[in-house]
Design a protein around this ligand. Structure first.
Ligand code: GLN
Length: 488
């Protein structure tokens, strides 16, 4: 059974009609996970719980009961979301033995809707990274070319879906960590509007930027997951009260008259020629489908990388203060005073990138520098948000690349953090503004690697975003494995 060819809807129907069994599907997923263990997509597996859940679904099907909307969906969960009784590390040594006493709301809602969770996906430590080379549990490899990165920080989640180990996955996106690995692995990923999906139970990185979102093989599957995940959660005060839409129903209809904005700043220097070519072909496709193409401008984009790396690191330095050896996880052994224990625990427990960010963030927040750095960054952030508002006065959806290049080689950028940070140039503006963005495949480079396109909409306009993406996907035929990753 090929998980990459199964839609969420079809799986539920086939289980209900008793044409396939959830247990069989679940076993096929674990066989695939074992076979592809070298990709290192998972930090831990939840085999027993998964099989028990699958059995319960089969029993419900046998009894003729109506199955919940996501019955039988094989799901991977990024290891920075807590699940009661399941080890959750956030890719860090400092949480190597942490067993949470509660479950993240997004995960809980999906569980209630019948998903089968096969395991916790590998990720960059505390979601800091663009290549999944920062995990304390080893690097993750791209299934299209195992010498290349899968993207980060939700690399394990993206690989699990792209390589057919799961039908869908949860990731988190602070500056691109869903959209970038989706692009590098040739699948679909959505960062919802800030506040659309509850962050309760997501281990915080940059709280004003973080958002949980889904990965899947098709836009329709993303809509199915959003129908369950989205909406107000009293446990997250930043989750929105705004009513959700029926995202699956929203896929119907064409894009006749849709105003597609193309920001000129995103097609300048540094963009790979093949990426540009594929994005331009997709824009042409939109025009053929009846959309109106409009040039727009996001004039403050050039400040996005420095602004993001001030705000994200400042918030991270504060969020990560709680990992001190007292409350959770790892504690250094050889320590003789309380302060010594804090110092050694954090020194031994955190990896290099996390330490770099804590230092940057602590510096930016320190007395005398706060206004010059964090305060100034917040002001420029407001300008970036204003850019989107102005652009959306003239268009409904914006199209940009996801990344300047397709997936790069493992080790290629690890020695140069600044170069690594620049790979987020097209994705981080959305987190700064809070608007939703979707990344989907739009073709292959001549070296065989997938190329992604990013679609952006107004706050809480996921319905229109998904509809546009669905139309493009249908027109290009790129839903469900753009190229079979054979031999794996
Ligand atoms: N690559 C970006 C960073 O390293 C974004 C990470 C993310 O979205 N979690 O901060």
């Amino acid at each position: 059974m090929e998980l990459r060819e199964q839609s969420i809807k079809a799986v539920r129907q086939q289980i209900a009609a008793k044409k396939i069994s959830a247990v069989e599907l679940c076993k096929a997923a674990f066989a695939r996970i074992e076979k592809l263990a070298d990709l290192n997509a998972f930090i831990s597996l939840t085999r027993e719980d998964a099989l028990a859940q699958a059995q319960a679904i089969d029993q419900a099907a046998q009894s003729g009961a109506e199955l919940p909307p996501l019955a039988g969906t094989i799901l991977a969960v990024k290891d920075n979301m807590v699940m009661r009784g399941v080890k959750t590390t956030a890719g860090s040594k400092i949480l190597y033995n942490y067993i949470p006493p509660y479950t993240a709301t997004a995960v809980e809602r999906l569980q209630a809707a019948g998903v089968i969770i096969v395991g916790k996906a590998n990720c960059d430590e505390f979601a800091m990274g663009s290549s999944n080379e920062n995990s304390a549990y080893g690097i993750v490899k791209n299934p299209w070319d195992t010498e290349r990165v899968p993207g980060g920080s939700s690399g394990g989640s993206a690989v699990a879906v792209a390589a057919g180990m799961a039908m869908a996955a949860l990731g988190s996106d602070t500056g691109g960590s869903i959209r970038q690995p989706a692009g590098f692995c040739g699948i679909v990923g959505l960062k919802p509007t800030y506040g659309r999906v509850s962050r309760y139970g997501l281990i915080a990185f940059g709280s004003s930027l973080d958002q949980i979102g889904p990965f899947a093989n098709s836009v329709e599957d993303i809509a199915q997951l959003m129908n369950v995940m989205a909406g107000r959660d009293p446990l997250d005060s930043t989750s929105s009260e705004k009513a959700t839409d029926d995202y699956v129903a929203a896929l119907d209809g064409d894009v006749q008259g849709l105003r597609v904005g193309v920001p000129k700043e995103c097609f300048g220097e540094g963009l790979d020629a093949e990426v540009r070519e594929k994005i331009e072909a997709s824009i042409k496709k939109f025009a053929e489908l009846g959309a109106e193409i409009i040039e727009v401008s996001l004039p403050h984009s050039e400040y996005a990388v420095p602004v993001y790396y001030l705000i994200a690191t400042a918030e991270a330095s504060s969020n990560l203060a709680r990992f001190d050896g007292v409350r959770y996880g790892f504690r250094a052994e050889e320590a003789y005073t309380l302060k010594d224990m804090y110092n050694r625990t954090r020194d031994e427990g955190f990896g290099a990138e996390v330490k770099r960010r804590i230092m940057l963030g602590t510096y930016a927040l320190s007395a005398g520098y706060y206004d010059a750095y964090y305060g100034k960054a917040q002001q420029v952030r407001a300008l970036i948000e204003g850019d989107f508002r102005n652009a959306f006065d003239r268009c409904d959806v914006i199209v940009t690349p996801v990344t300047p290049t397709p997936a790069f080689k493992l080790g290629e950028k690890t020695a140069n953090p600044l170069e690594m940070y620049l790979s987020d140039i097209y994705t981080i503006t959305l987190n700064l503004a809070g608007v939703p963005g979707l990344s989907m495949p739009c073709g292959l480079a001549s070296n065989g690697m997938p190329i992604g396109i990013q679609l952006i909409s107004r706050h809480f306009d996921e319905a229109r975003l998904l509809k546009a993406a669905h139309n493009l996907e249908q027109a290009t035929g790129l839903g469900f494995k753009p190229r079979a990753i054979e031999g794996l």
